[in-house]
Design a protein around this ligand. Sequence first.
Ligand code: SF4
Length: 415
Amino acid sequence: MADYTGKKIAVATLGCKLNFAESSAIARKFVQSGFQEVSAYSSGVDVCVVNTCTVTEHSDKKCRNIIRRIHKLNPGAIIAVTGCYATLKKAEIEAIEGVSIVLEQDKKGSVYPRCLELLEGSLCSPASAEHIFPACSFGERTRSFLKVQDGCNYFCTYCAIPYARGRSRSVPLDVIEAQAKELSCKGVKEIVLTGVNIGDYEGGLLPVLKALDRVDGIERYRISSIEPNLLTDQMIDWISSGTKFQPHFHIPLQSGSDSVLARMHRKYDTALFASKIEYIRKAMGDVFFGIDVIAGFPGETEEEFDSEVSFIRDVIKPAFLHVFPYSRRKGTLADRMEGHLPEIVKTARVRVLEDLSDSLHAQYRQRFDGSLQQVLWEGRVKGNPKLMGGYTGNYLRVERSYDQSLIGHITEVEL
Ligand code: SF4
């Protein structure tokens, strides 16, 4: 392997946990061949990879601004742009001054060799793109994100991801296991499984969960997000049978109105969603539910929105809502629908859902006041270095005075 000691690599990442896991894997390849990893906004950068996101128009704009800023600071640097935005708007990104190469989502695995080719000034034939690019993050010592799947076959009407990341592909089980073992050897205690549509893992996700549960040294697992129709009763029964999978589920609801769900082409209705939540609560008790919701889908009426709010508040009662205003994505079916709502209406609905989330989270937390919980300590609190933070199994954030010896350890704490 060539030695690039003295060269500097920077990776700027936008978007989801999957992107962060992939960026971490890309940076590692450069570091292994001698590069020093630095911030994207430092000077003297030789190669900068920008891993983009296109979830909203705002993300597109942010990506363009970041690329321009990097080029201004490092006019001689090779700038390689990849990710979802790079896949959907390749020409738009190629037109930005300073961009050396744009590699679509399916070519993410060849970012490293392509950048080296450019660095050496030899634009030889492109390296073959990997069908699926395995990745895991290793930024923190205690918690890592491990990619198990990529792409999606669902084509929900609001979503551009299937066009950007392509159809569903699964990381082979032996590769996932090997990566988990490697993370364990590095001292990681908790792994979060990531993917675009994890539940669509080829052959079913349960064998993956079972194999990971057997990896020595990893004490906790979480699933970053799973479609409700793919979270099977067998999976819930097995998770609740005393495994390392924590009482924490992140499940996208997107709307609490059946008519809106139908227009979104989601593969469930509110009855299925509610029965899934009830099944989990019966099996595992008062687990932490983080729920994704989109406010202001085209044509969403006051009545539909009100029924969503009451479904969430009175039936689902999650611990947290991840609220997104609906954002038009070119090429999607929803973009061509009638009844796009004014920004002011979307913003007001976002506010209602965020307030609901605050109150549900406070209620959930309160139910654990005085209880004893196992906390995995992570590191210093941003903005207050005298404190350190960690999470309980059911994803409650806990802070205490900083003690370096606790990092990566689980201790019992009275909340
Ligand atoms: S399940 Fe729907 S929202 Fe999720 S990535 Fe696939 S198409 Fe997009």
